[in-house]
Design a protein around this ligand. Sequence first.
Ligand code: AMP
Ligand code: TRP
Length: 332
Amino acid sequence: MKVFSGAQPSGKIHIGNYLAAIKNWAELQDKNECLFSIVDLHAITVDYDAENFEKKINQLLAVYLAIGLDPEKVTIFLQSEIKEHSELAWLLSTITPLNELQRMTQFKDKSEKVAGKSGATINAGLLNYPILMAADILLYQTDIVPVGQDQVQHIEFARTIARKFNKKFGQTFKVPEAKVLKIGAKIMSLVDPTKKMSKSDENQESCIYITDSEKDIKRKISRSVTDSGKKIKYDAKKKAGISNLLTIYSLFSGKTIKETEKHFINKNYKQLKEELSDLLIEKLSPISKKIKELEGRDIYLKEVLEIGRKKAQKIAKSSMETVKRKMGLSIN
Ligand code: AMP
Ligand code: TRP
C-alpha cells in the first residue's frame, strides 16, 4: 500500500501529533511504501516567522527521525521543494466548488481566530488549504493517509476531488482513505478537555510537548483539569478530562482502555496523574534526547531531505505529466 502523510513545521510537536499521527507512521513503514512530508506550504497560510522557519523545519525533521522514521525505508521530503504540489493544487482548484471550501471546519475555526485579531485578514491560502492537501495526497497515488481526527474532513474532500477529476478527465487518481485511531484520534487539551490539544494554543499548559522536561510534564499533568468525582472511568462526555488521561495512558502503555480502567480501579485521581507522569517521562525522554542530538547535525538533516526530494520529485513529475495530458495541457 502507498501511505502519505505530513505535519506542519508550525510549532512544537505535542503528544496528540505523536500518538495519532507520527507514531503510527513509524509503525507503517516496514510493510508499505511511505512518503512523509514536512508541509511548509500549509504552515504559511497563517501568521508565521519567516526568519525562524528553516529552524522549525529542521526541528520537525529531527522529530520525524527521532520517532523512528527511517530515511532508508521511507521518503521524507519538504513539500515546497516539489513544485508539482503547487501546480496540481492550481489545476484542482479549477474543479473545486467554492462552497466546499467554505464549509470546512478547519477553515471556519482558523478564519474565526484570524477575524478576532485586529487588522488581520483571511487569506485565500487558508481557504485553498484543502486543495493543496488533496494535491499532496493525489500526486503520489496514495491508498492510506494516517492522520488525527481533525484531518478526516480534508481527506473526504480529497476523495471527492479525485472522483470528480476521474469522472471529468478519465481514470487518473486513486481515491485515498483516511486511517485514524479508534481511540486517541483526538487528544484533548489538559486545560479544557472539551477542546483538542493544539499546537497553536497560546496556553502551553494545555499541551504536553514531546520535548517537555520532567518538571513540565509533572506540573502539567498534576494540574490538568478533571472533574469533581472520584471514579476512574472512561466516559468521554461526562468525564472528558479523566477519559483523556486514560486515553493517553492507554496509548503510551499499550494497554487497552478496559485494561487501563482495571489497572486504576481502586486508585484515586492523584495516583492516576502520578503514574501517567512517570509513564510519559519514561517514554518521552529517550525521544527528546534523540531530537537534541539530531538538531545539531545540520549536514545529515540536509542530506535526508535531499535524498527524499529526489525520490518524491521523480514520482511527482510523472504524475503531473499524466494529469496535464488528461486535461489537454502542454507538457513541455
Ligand atoms: P499538524 O499539527 O496540523 O501539523 O498535525 C499533524 C498531525 O497531528 C495531523 O495528522 C493531525 O490530525 C494530528 N493532530 C493534531 N492535533 C491532534 C490532537 N489533538 N489529537 C490527535 N491528533 C492530532
Ligand atoms: N493538514 C495537515 C495537518 O494540519 C497536514 C497535511 C498537509 C497533510 N498535507 C497533508 C496530512 C497530506 C496528510 C496528508 O495536520
